[in-house]
Design a protein around this ligand. Structure first.
Ligand code: NAD
Length: 311
């Protein structure tokens, strides 16, 4: 275990995952929350998760489950979580006013070396870091749910973020076994959600136009594109699907462009079509089965991780 401290602000779903990831590298973790019962349940949950992962041979990091659990402390005192921490990861609800308040509170306590990072999925960092004393150390490190099983982290700087804070965050993410990408500047949706929304919009349109059912649209990904995408991205896929990228472009640019011209205008997920999609999804996975389906998803992701480790 190490001496350096990591502060986690908010002990919900994402805060718990970050705590487990940092514990794998042996950091001293302090999870802060405003609700003492949230912290209590987080600690019970984390302990159970670590033990289960160890039993199943899926525990990440170098320490065993009980050593990792010993690295994790709960606290109701923000100062205890933040003072002298090398890195603070904020994981409070996705409400801009709460983000602003929490960042101000952390900024008042932390020192000049502490990196202050947000888990936000939707707010660019300039929206809640502009007024901070330590704004050069503030950025977004956006995890992907479930972070323990999906390694990508999007690191997003505000215009005033020090490149050195980005670099240190990247190194820390690599150390805990995550896979960071650093955006050169903030942009709404960062990268993953921009790509995901392009896919969602076209999926919606294919169902709305009666071309495919919900189940079959999802099958296009889960039995098609997704098979490749777990290993290589869309650009390398193109590179391999011809004699290299230049050949791909000369062969397919006209087709891609003319197909893309038939795309419908951007949809909004509202109105009667929303219900149609919802009904088909609930036939596939009834609401009361969502949790068991999530558990199955996590199991699949751990098996994929095991496979990737052998390649
Ligand atoms: P959550 O609701 O599970 O947890 C939020 C926690 O914050 C709760 O324990 C709550 O008591 C605590 N909290 C509320 N106000 C607080 C305050 N002022 N100070 C300290 N703690 C406070 O939320 P979550 O799903 O863990 O999401 C946290 C963040 O992570 C959000 O910004 C979200 O957008 C982002 N994120 C979520 C996902 C996801 O799929 N859930 C994925 C990536 C990023």
């Amino acid at each position: 275990a190490k001496d350096e401290k990591i502060g986690i602000i908010g002990s919900g779903l994402i805060g718990r995952s970050w705590a487990m990831l940092f514990a794998g590298a042996g950091y001293q973790i302090f999870i802060y929350d405003i609700e003492s019962k949230q912290i209590d349940s987080a600690l019970v949950d984390i302990k159970q998760q670590l033990q289960r992962l160890e039993k199943e041979g899926l525990l990440r990091g170098k320490l065993n489950a009980s050593e990792q659990f010993k690295c994790i402390n709960g606290t109701l005192d923000l100062k205890q979580a933040v003072q002298d921490a090398i890195f603070v990861q904020e994981c409070v609800p996705e409400v801009l006013e709460i983000k602003k308040k929490v960042f101000k509170g952390v900024d008042d306590i932390c020192d000049a070396n502490t990196i202050i990072s947000s888990s936000t999925s939707t707010f660019v960092p300039s929206l809640f870091t502009e007024e901070l004393k330590h704004r050069k150390n503030a950025l977004v490190a956006h995890p992907i749910n479930p972070p323990y099983y999906v390694p990508l982290v999007e690191i997003v700087p505000a215009p005033w973020t020090d490149p050195n804070a980005v670099k240190r965050t990247r190194e820390l993410m690599e150390e805990i076994g995550q896979a960071p990408v650093c955006l050169t500047r903030e942009i709404p949706g960062f990268a993953l959600n921009r790509i995901q929304y392009a896919i969602l919009n076209e999926s919606w349109n294919l169902v709305a136009d009666g071309v495919l059912s919900v189940k079959d649209v999802d099958k296009v990904m889960s039995e098609g594109l997704g098979w490749r995408y777990a290993f290589l991205g869309p650009l390398e896929t193109a590179h391999l699907n011809a004699d290299g990228w230049m050949d791909y472009c000369s062969k397919y640019t006209n087709t891609i462009h003319s197909v893309s011209e038939t795309f419908k205008p951007l949809p909004k997920f509202e109105g009667p079509q929303t219900k149609v999609v919802g009904q088909q999804l609930e036939e596939m996975v009834p609401i009361q089965e969502l949790q068991s389906r999530r558990n199955w998803r996590d199991l699949c992701l751990t098996k994929l991780a095991a496979l990737k480790n052998t390649l």
